[in-house]
Design a protein around this ligand. Sequence first.
Ligand SMILES: C[S@@+](CC[C@H](N)C(=O)[O-])C[C@H]1O[C@@H](n2cnc3c(N)ncnc32)[C@H](O)[C@@H]1O
Length: 519
Amino acid sequence: MGPRAKTKAAIEFGDFQTPLGLAGKVCATLARYGTKPSTIVEPTCGEGSFLIAALDAFPSACRVLGFERNGLYIDRARSAVEHRGWSKRVQILQADFFDTDWASLLTVLPEPLLILGNPPWVTNAQLGTIGSDNLPAKSNFQNHAGFDAITGKSNFDIAEWMLIKLLEAIETRQATLGMLCKTSVARKVLLHAWKHGMRLSDSAVYRIDAAKCFDVAADACLLVCRFHSQSGLPECPVYAQLGDTQSQSVIGYQDGRLVADVKTYNRLKHLRGAELYRWRSGIKHDCGKVMEFVREGARYRNGLGELIDLEETCLYPMLKSSDLASLEVGSVPQRWMLVTQRSIGEETEGIAAVAPKTWRYLLSHAEYLDRRASSVYRKRARFCVFGVGDYSFAPWKVAISGLYKKLQFRVLGPIRERPVVLDDTCYFVPCQCAEESELLFSLLASETAREFFNSLIFWDAKRPITADVLRQLDLRRLASEYGSGEAMRRFVAEGAGRCGRGQRELFDPEELGVITRKE
Ligand SMILES: C[S@@+](CC[C@H](N)C(=O)[O-])C[C@H]1O[C@@H](n2cnc3c(N)ncnc32)[C@H](O)[C@@H]1O
């Protein structure tokens, strides 16, 4: 999500003041639960919309506390409260969320508690780029470390950290939390609560239109978490909008993971199992201008506009996510990728002997390749790539884009004896022959597989289709259901490279047309 034309301070404090009308609707939704709070707390109250709306909606509250870091907002919130004649019930204090001991503060407040509001909308990565320290002191949060840090998975929303802190402070109390946040944050907070066995009695997610309410392109919601005497099932209804009583779906925590549709997952969970065919990512090189080409006659034009004479030795026809989505059956890929290694760790200097023109090209463009920032290239062979192995060169593949929000599998065949390679936005399973890829395609594109995947996929996530989701489906079990168990066993027993067909048939020189099957 990106705040439009925001000042540095607004970005730093994730500042999106809630319109009073929206705060009113949130309170009306919370009131439907029969919540009659004695104490209301708004931990980052800004100009006070939630304080005003809550004072209106919950006359039972004898203490209403607002906290905020920004002095100007505190003045505005105080005068809004004063203006309505509510000053006696309300205290608005200047405080930094990260310096506040929420557990101690809330312990002395009378129950039931209602903690509500709209915490800052900013990630630790955004804070890093503007050099801000509006962060928890220890930011190695949720054990994001090592490889996660390299791949950027260590990025988290400040709101996630704040909401978890608040849940920890209220989990043994009679309390309700109602907070606006990104839906992805709501899911992570629920996952944390369920995984850590918090005494959550029930929860709900109500989608809101963040574009309309905050001029922000993000999937957002009201997250409701209620703590009473007993824990409830680890399930959470998702409503299309505030005030709805009929849920769209029920998400939950099942078999150690978050699922998008509990009912369907439970019907199909027998299909979860071993990863028979390993899902792989395409090749990563982080230098499209130098490593990707369009063929012009016998030569290749790179992303810098240069027309280069190269041997075919290290060049492979390639597809990106957008090609997987748009190419028709039988169409030939326009792009070629220079692949400098056949496996991770392989030396690249050998290219000088087998493809001297390619080696000279690499040396003359070394300045681009040597400055690749990702640490996956550090301390490795010069000009190396990442995510490469025998599987990258499998003649047949069943592939899917990891960028698109659609379950669309494709069968890819070789082109003039060259396997088609994919970039790192795609996932695929390697196959050794057309029949094998056809069988996998028919299983993956089946109604049952679609339902299974849909029960696990959160379509509003930034990249909903992940290797982790694809890996959950046990293709052997699905093949048995569709009566193809025997064929599947044969492919698996024969193993890589042997499909009862000769090598020439695998690489048919006459064969043109990379995508042979699509949904
Ligand atoms: C998304 S705005 C919402 C404001 C208010 N809750 C509302 O709903 O209108 C987030 C608020 O958090 C405040 N904030 C940001 N970082 C904070 C911190 N470390 N401690 C306290 N407040 C903070 C900002 O100043 C801003 O008012």
